[in-house]
Design a protein around this ligand. Structure first.
Ligand code: NAD
Ligand code: UGA
Length: 485
């Protein structure tokens, strides 16, 4: 199949590489010349596992890049719209990028095409695209519009695309259904997983195909993201209760998630969900509800709990360090989650602003997101370290704000030796408390019964560590942390 992908961002680029991997001929267009030049020049503009390998495999053969949307549209049988749908100031999704594409496509329509909306959009958008195209003189018999929402996660995007739980197609007619099934056939019939060169090697996998009407598909995407965000806010609310009553949210989450009707995923508490998707999609879904006269208060609460988590984490830093002005902290993690360089709506960036407002000096490290964070933050706002240990050197505490596997595997004893005060604040519950205590660090995490986690255990472990490092301050209780500070 001849496919044009419009938008070479996180979704468009991954989709393009994966469509080529499935055997299609793909042109990817973007109106950002720098992105197109990077792609033509052999570079990968975003940090995403397996993407550079897939691009290298297909670039210049079945996958080409262009900034000429009209020419790319004339080439294809099917065009996927993958442009951004950021939030407007009033919470609605800003559909101006989609509208812009629709008007351009209308002018370049020379024979029948299937136009597929892959960006996350409010229900009714495909219908609005159809109207816009008609108003711009597109002939109705020359195009159909389908919805094919994308469920990939940043950081695992290629695997999510090629090994999905489900493929959702919202189709207006039989011809569109057949064309979309043809595109995904190697995944649906399992032939992709038989290939010797398949990503991850041969591995059986059988995703579910869901065929719906167009509006239901659009709604499924918004409702799925809202539900996942709700799950995170739910466990974050439970973690607050755990802290109050002295329970351990990790054990509680394990117990809740063991119920197959609930499931263990998206029950990790922390500093709240971020990224370019959940925050804007929950907001946009609430706007959709408002547009039909329903006040979706549950989503308002989901957002409020999410905001509260960042405030609560800064409160923990204040508790641990007593006063913040003039303190120096190491921040590990700037991306909104591990495995990506994306800092859009990152809770880490929000927390950095809150700490800076209280006079804290920050030295940060992130394995992939430092260039984007540097571009986002005011010049000289924070300093950047070449590695996680350099960030910790001389700091009053280390704050873990992104769930990078590199951080979970860090040498805690080395971190302890570099810190001025032995304090680790874990906003992602990445570490086992025992391991942190064994390294002689006081551990503050989310939802573990009081601020200084298990102080009695801390005393004995810190004392043990003390005999190995007599020159370093040892934290026995929460009060000790304060007095050392
Ligand atoms: P992005 O900002 O990374 O990429 C969008 C790209 O579209 C940019 O490169 C931009 O230059 C380009 N673009 C904008 N207008 C254009 C035009 N007229 N012609 C050609 N190119 C144009 O966005 P993203 O993260 O890839 O998200 C795209 C959509 O997919 C959003 O609706 C998002 O909600 C949805 N989505 C994102 C993810 C994710 O993990 N990022 C997952 C599923 C769905
Ligand atoms: C999310 C969805 O998971 C994808 O299915 C969807 O396609 C995508 O949004 C989208 O529509 O754009 P993504 O935002 O890339 O994907 O990443 P997630 O893994 O969902 O994480 C989102 C945020 O929630 C991150 O900040 C992460 O740290 C946080 N999170 C996630 C938690 O705090 N706890 C958890 O248990 C899981």
């Amino acid at each position: 199949m001849k496919i044009t992908v419009i938008g070479a961002g996180y979704v468009g680029l991954v989709s393009s590489a994966c469509f080529a991997e499935l055997g299609h001929e793909v042109i990817t267009v973007d109106n950002d010349m720098q992105t197109v030049e990077q792609l033509i020049g052999g570079r990968t503009p975003i940090h995403e596992e397996l993407l550079p390998e897939l691009l290298d495999r297909h670039r210049g053969r079945s996958l080409t890049f262009s900034s000429d949307i009209a020419a790319a549209f004339r080439f294809c049988d099917v065009a996927f719209i993958c442009v951004g749908t950021p939030p407007s100031p009033n919470g609605d999704a800003d559909l101006s990028y989609v509208d812009n594409v629709a008007r351009t496509l209308a002018k370049s329509l020379d024979r029948h095409k299937l136009i597929v909306e892959k960006s996350t959009v409010p229900v009714g958008t495909c219908e609005a695209v159809r109207r816009t195209m008609m108003l711009n003189n597109a002939r109705a018999e020359y195009f159909s519009i389908a919805s094919n929402p994308e469920f990939l996660r940043e950081g695992t995007a290629v695997r999510d695309f090629l090994f999905p739980d489900r493929i959702l197609i919202g189709v207006p007619d039989e011809r569109s259904r057949e064309m979309l099934i043809e595109i995904y056939r190697p995944i649906l019939d399992g032939s992709y997983y038989e290939r010797r060169d398949a990503v991850g090697g041969r591995a059986p996998h059988s995703p579910k195909l869901i065929v719906s009407d167009v509006k239901s598909a659009e709604l499924i995407k918004h409702a799925s993201n809202a539900f996942l965000a709700l799950k995170i806010s739910f466990i974050n609310a439970v973690s607050t209760i755990c802290e109050g009553v002295g329970a351990d949210v990790r054990q509680v989450a394990e117990g809740i998630g063991a119920d197959s009707r609930i499931g263990p995923q998206f029950l990790n508490p922390g500093i709240g969900y971020g990224g370019s998707c959940f925050p804007k999609d929950v907001l946009a879904f609430r706007s959709v509800a408002q547009s039909v006269g329903y006040d979706f208060k549950l989503l308002t609460e989901v957002m409020a709990i999410n905001e509260e988590q960042k405030r609560r984490f800064v409160g923990k830093v204040r508790e641990a360090l007593w006063t913040l002005r003039g303190k120096k902290v190491a921040v590990l993690g700037l991306a909104f989650k591990g495995g990506t360089d994306d800092v859009r709506d990152s809770p880490a960036i929000d927390i950095i602003y809150r700490l800076k407002a209280e006079g804290v000096e920050i030295c940060a490290f992130d394995p992939a997101a430092m260039p984007r964070a540097e571009a986002l933050l005011p010049s000289g706002f924070i300093t950047f370290a070449p590695d996680l240990y350099a960030a910790c050197d001389g700091a009053d505490a280390v704050l873990v704000l992104t769930e990078w596997p590199e951080f979970a595997a860090a040498d805690l004893s080395r971190i302890r030796a570099l810190l001025r005060l032995p304090i680790l604040l874990d906003g992602k519950n990445l570490f086992a408390p025992e391991a942190v205590h064994a390294a002689g660090l006081a551990y503050f995490c989310m939802g573990a019964g009081g601020h200084a986690d298990k102080p009695i255990r801390n005393v004995s472990l810190a004392l043990k560590a003390d005999s190995l490092r007599p020159a370093l301050p040892v934290v026995r209780t929460h009060d000790d942390v304060r007095s050392v500070a």
